[in-house]
Write a protein that binds this ligand. Sequence first.
Ligand SMILES: [Zn+2]
Length: 318
Amino acid sequence: MGRRTDSWKQKVHPLFIEGTAAYRDAVRTWQALGPQPPVERIAQIESRLEKDLEAVRVRYSNAQYTPTTNDPLNLILVDVGVTSWPPSQREMDQGFLELLYWKRFKEPLWIALQKANAGDLDALRRVNRVGEDFQKFKFGKGPVKAAKGDPDHGALLDLGLDLGLSALNPEELADCFDCVCPCGRIHDADALKKQRSRKQKALKMATNWLIAERAKMSTREWMAAYGMYGLQAKGVPAVGEIGRRVYVGKVGQLPWWHVDEQGRLFSHSEFDEESVAKELPYAFAVSTLRELFDMFFLSDAGQQDANNNRQTKNGMSS
Ligand SMILES: [Zn+2]
């Protein structure tokens, strides 16, 4: 007893605390819909939440902050944030399906689709199963198999692992959840710690898969990547004198920066180059600008790295 300290507050970003307020609002609106809510309403609530979270992120986008890990949502969702308001049916369906798949199988849907396209029949079955669940849910044909673990806790971890939750000790994690979680219960430090490490393991697996496989994808297959803050990156092949580049900017706008083959950043905007160069990789779940470049171009060095990573991993698991 006598736990209850506020030391977690110094370790998490205020963005997370504001984000959990938006999350609690969404949960309350959801609960007010009753036991069999129409899927359109739920998709609307989730889109609204994404939009609210995006607004909080934009407000803090100039704050100096080093993320404690990669942003989980950036890895799970193909497109973070809706492009228009109200969001299109396609955007709502896609976001809903991606979260449904992630909660159930602890794997990003886009990775499962890549695996299925490469002939992995188990991945294909998983995708089909969640597709069926989605249809059932959409047409009110019975309940969907629940994900393991408390859904609120899973959602809060997805939201905040990169914003400090990964740096809290188990007691601080429980104190934090006592304050911000909409479930209203007193939280068990050990159970939360276990759920956090399951989540971190799943994210690590997805990241490893991305590192190992992206070098094998051709530039054409991997033309655009979507990051945090509504950022998009795009690989552009060499044209005449101008070498291969990766352009980065807001979707539908002129690019703000480009990264060259050496991983150097060039600015086309008034953003402070030094802090952008430091933070930009995180927005795309990589650790250096050179890695961002390698996402788009199959380079000898990149291929070598991917092979080494695979060997290390195989060596460790055997
Ligand atoms: Zn809770």
